[in-house]
Design a protein around this ligand. Structure first.
Ligand code: GDP
Length: 370
């Protein structure tokens, strides 16, 4: 399924509106592959202007963007960690995603009920964070008490693990998410546990705002709600995407051509959904590499730091198994050479072996033997 980003937030903050706009907008753009995996799961193409440039230079018939998957995770309410609402079911959904987009309601609309009475994004963020922290605390405490017994029985390995879990337990108990704990032993002793923790996942915030607030740049003022969320996002080392679910669902109804015009009318260069997709991509620390030829320009995704053979494996398992080398041209060299032949002439085509770490923007031919 590739890389997944879960959309979470209290009920009625606009999660489904944003999710539906994300997925239906792309379905309307016929040359983008799109699929709904389940009603609440959709693969969304990652916008990347480099694809058009490469396809132009190579005369590609088709452009195939890379994708990330979004999951609309419903059921998060106060008390969820104790099984309220969809409780455990939604916690399980969050556990299975790679990153979290936390939607907060910044729009005031008397017709739309707020589950907590009135609009207050900071209280909402706290409510959700608390539920996630409590759920993690529960898992960590259970494992800690198990390990405590084993450690007491003299097991050498259990001792350092128990010590790290105690640190983690204290950290969560003080209301802090697991991702902010800095501790030497984390990597070494509790990697598996960390992978299951909800508050260890990278998070970005999405402020769902009124249309009039779309242009409020947090750094120059803006509405009181957005400012606070922006400050909070910054303080926890996260990013904020400002979106209007209502506007996005209108944009999603339009054809690709009309969409450009409408965005210009609103004074926006890119849709909020494109910004959200990109932010998700950055949050997951992903890079894009390309395979380019007359048939297609194809963008592929890998985690930053992935080496040649594993990148080849994204295309086909045979490519990884029989990997010999990669012939690589950087995006800039490809553009400067006005295509592959020109880049080759300038000596910009590199032969890279198994240890090569793929870079964002690389244009690659894999050589393999099976
Ligand atoms: P969810 O429960 O978080 O998935 O919320 P929904 O997406 O179902 O939205 C709840 C209600 O808020 C719906 O009636 C939406 O039409 C409305 N809504 C969503 N986004 C906006 C927005 O940006 N502005 C306004 N005024 N209403 C919105």
């Amino acid at each position: 399924m590739g890389f997944t980003c879960g959309i979470i937030g209290l009920p009625n903050v606009g999660k489904s509106t944003i999710f539906n706009a994300l997925t239906s907008a792309k379905a309307a753009a016929a040359n983008f592959p799109f699929c709904t995996i389940e009603p609440n799961t959709g693969a969304v193409p990652v916008p990347d202007p480099r694809m058009e440039v490469l396809a132009g230079l190579a005369g590609s018939e088709k452009i195939l963007p890379t994708q990330i998957t979004f999951v609309d995770i419903a059921g998060l309410i106060r008390g969820a960690s104790k099984g309220e609402g969809l409780g455990n079911q939604f916690l399980g959904h969050i556990r299975s995603v790679d990153a979290v987009a936390h939607v907060v309601r910044c729009f005031d609309d008397d017709d739309i009920v707020h589950v907590e009475g009135k609009v207050d994004p900071m209280r909402d963020i706290e409510t959700i964070d608390t539920e996630l922290i409590l759920a993690d605390l529960d898992s960590v405490s259970k494992l800690a008490s198990k390990l405590e017994k084993i450690a007491k029985s003299g097991d050498k390995e259990a001792k350092p693990r128990f010590a790290v879990l105690q640190e983690l337990e204290a950290h969560l108990s003080s209301g802090k998410p697991a991702r902010t704990l800095v501790s030497k032993g984390l990597e070494e002793h509790v990697t598996e546990m960390m992978a299951t923790l909800l508050t260890a996942k990278p998070v970005l915030f999405v402020a769902n705002v009124e249309e009039k607030d779309l242009h409020n740049k947090p750094e120059v003022g803006g509405s009181r709600f957005i400012d606070r969320v922006a400050d909070h996002a910054k303080s926890v080392g996260s990013t904020l995407v400002i979106i209007s679910g209502k506007v996005e669902s209108e944009i999603a109804e339009l054809s690709a051509e009309d969409r450009k015009g409408y965005l210009a009318e609103l004074g926006m260069e890119t849709s909020g959904l494109d910004r959200l997709t990109l932010a998700g991509y950055q949050l997951l620390e992903l890079i894009t590499f390309f395979t380019v030829g007359p048939k297609e320009t194809h963008a592929w995704t890998a985690k930053k730091g992935t080496k040649g053979p594993q990148c080849a494996g994204k295309i086909h398992t045979d490519f990884e198994r029989g990997y010999i080398r990669a012939e690589v041209i950087s995006y800039q060299d490809y553009v400067d050479g006005k295509g592959e032949a020109g880049a080759r002439e300038k000596g910009k085509l590199r032969i890279e072996g198994k240890e090569y770490v793929m870079q964002d923007g690389d244009i690659v031919h894999f050589r393999f033997n099976v």
